[in-house]
Design a protein around this ligand. Structure first.
Ligand code: AMP
Ligand code: ZN
Length: 203
């Protein structure tokens, strides 16, 4: 699994979705955001929940451990309880945010994250957001590149470590654009975005 080191590549989140990447250290941005009162949603003794700065759906949160864990590969068997807690907190926050809007949601990790410091995505499945712009964005949340939190916890429990290389992450990002609901293939992002909103339940 590639490591997101300062200066190596731009984050999935910021390409075209926000300000230009800061000189090389964009991949450490989550550490600042964890302390940013405008982004922070909740914290306890183990985790901090923030709003994703470039949300890819109507509701998109990141749950980060306070413990300095750089990535999935760094997880040890005794982190399982922490992952369960992150999952529970993320699930409560996203459910509360969605409320009665009738949207589904997923909790999971990118197989190869752009940003340093372990983070669990809690994201509604409308993908109705101006920050969702590129094929990479789309495939990172709708292909096997997005690894369900439950799968990560199962792997850690059974194998004592987490390794996402079997997902063939780079190939996932190159898959054709396909609607996550009806599986229809679309030729470009504007067409995909126009299509996916038709699946959002009108309330
Ligand atoms: P990934 O590392 O691929 O799992 O995704 C990183 C996520 O962090 C993306 O959804 C980005 O939109 C989001 N993001 C990027 N920079 C920041 C930041 N400085 N603060 C909060 N969220 C961010
Ligand atoms: Zn569809």
């Amino acid at each position: 699994m590639a490591t997101a080191k300062p200066g190596q590549k731009r984050p999935l989140g910021s390409s075209g979705g926000g300000p230009p990447a800061k000189k090389g250290f964009w991949s450490l941005g989550l550490l600042d955001s964890m302390k940013d009162p405008n982004l922070q949603v909740e914290k306890d003794d183990k985790v901090v929940v923030i709003k994703d700065k470039y949300p890819k759906a109507r509701y998109h949160y990141l749950v980060l451990p306070k413990e300095n864990i750089s990535k999935l590969k760094a997880l040890q068997p005794d982190h399982l309880e922490l992952l369960k807690h992150m999952h529970e907190v993320g699930e409560r926050i996203i459910k509360e945010a969605i409320g009665e809007e009738g949207l589904s949601y997923r909790l999971g990790y990118h197989a190869v994250p752009s940003m340093s410091h372990l983070h669990l995505h809690a994201i509604s499945q409308d993908f109705d957001s101006p920050s969702l712009k590129t094929k990479k964005h789309w495939n990172s949340f709708t292909s096997a590149y997005f690894v369900d939190s439950k799968e990560v916890m199962d792997q850690l429990e059974k194998e004592g470590k987490v390794d996402t290389s079997a997902k063939n992450p780079e190939a996932q990002l190159k898959l054709p654009l396909r609607c996550h609901v009806c599986k229809k293939e679309l030729t470009n992002m504007p067409k995909l975005k126009e299509h996916i909103v038709t699946h959002i339940k009108k309330s």
